[in-house]
Design a protein around this ligand. Sequence first.
Ligand code: GAR
Length: 218
Amino acid sequence: MGKRRVAILISGRGSNMAALIAAAKAPDFPAQIVLVMSNIADAGGLAVARDNGIETLTVESKPYGKDREAFERAMHRELEARDVELVCLAGFLRLLTPWFVRQWDGRMLNIHPALLPSYRGLHTHERALADGVKIHGATVHFVVPEVDSGPIVMQGAVPVRDDDTPDTLAARVLRAEHRIYAEALRLVAGGQTRLDGAACKVAAPSQDDDVLISPRIE
Ligand code: GAR
């Protein structure tokens, strides 16, 4: 079986994109990154992708005004022209219409900086700190029309420290993001996931004996 053809959609620095590109360099990785597309012309991640020899493209939404679907049809044409099979959203900061989500039903992943279904939306780290949670993290999920919902492929949890600021917590979560996005894409592209209603089942051993307790107990 050949490698699945993957496009990554970004709007910013693209550190998750870079993690996916790095992972996909492994000979046994079941996906190849064929395109990095941005809605922002000077998104930092575009240069990183180019330096890695990956085709980049900017499709700005501005020319389409309020017609979000027209913007998305333009993106969709570019994806189809490259026979893209899977789309990874990686800090892509445009809400997608149900039309676009339907085109990529079961074939589009997103990473969200929280343990869904907690902390959908923005400012996840600030809100987690305000609530005083002791464990926080990140989620890779299939995209469905409802924002920050959809079958969960993988989650990574990190402890929250008393002295955390939104920035220190974000940095810890980001390290988890980089690991789980690459591993989640490996599972999905490798055909090791199966959608079962609202859930995503994974044909891989689950950890059943590791407990993350926070704060640490001796
Ligand atoms: C990441 O933390 C990602 O989880 C978040 O944006 C950041 C992008 O960073 N995504 C969302 O908040 C989506 N709602 P990156 O450009 O370095 O990957």
